[in-house]
Design a protein around this ligand. Sequence first.
Ligand code: CO
Length: 209
Amino acid sequence: MGQRMLSELLQRNKEWSQRRQADEPGYFARLATRQRPEFFWIGCSDSRVPANVVAGLDPGEVFVHRNVANVVHSADMNLLSSLEFAVETLAVSEIIVCGHYGCGGVRAVTEDLPHGLSDHWLEPIRRLARSYALDLATLVDHESRLNRLAELNVVEGVRRVAETPIVQKAWTRGISLSVHGLIYGLKDGLLRDLGCTVSTPTLLTEAPR
Ligand code: CO
C-alpha cells in the first residue's frame, strides 16, 4: 500500500515536471541557477494552506517556513535560521506571517485535554488566550473566538518577527523590509490583510489589538 502511494506520487511529479517543461522550455534550468524570491512566508503546516498555491506564486517566488499554528517562538532556531537566510542572503523585501481560520492548533489551546508535545509548542497562543480572555468573551460564539485568537496569534507573530535582531539590524542598515500579517479563510480561499504591517523599528511596545 505504502509503495503504491509513493509510486503514484512519483508519477504525478513526472507528469507535472513534463507539463511545466512543455509550457516553458528551459524553466527548470533557469530556476536551478538561483532563487530570487521577494517573499518570506511563515505559515501553518496545515495541508490546506500551502503558501505557493494560496498566494498564486510559482516555484522560486516565495521562501517558506511552516510549523503547527504558525507560532513565532523567539528562540526557534529553525525559524530564525530561515529568517536570517531570507533577509540577509535572499534579500526578501516582504515577510508574511499567515494564519488561518479553522486552525486545529489554535483550537487545541482552548480544549481541556492533553495533546502531548504540541501543548508546549502552542504555549504562546494559550498565553494570548489568557491575556485577551475578556475581549474574546465578548464574541458571541466559539468559532468567532477561535477566529479572533487565530488573528491575535498572527499579530503577535508579526511583532515577534519585527523584534528579532535580524529584522532590527536590517532596518538599522536602511534596508526596506516589511512584516505583514495575513489570515486565510479555509471556507473561501481568500487571504485577508490584518492591517498590522510593521516597516520601521517603532511602536513595538504597544499591545496588539
Ligand atoms: Co493551522
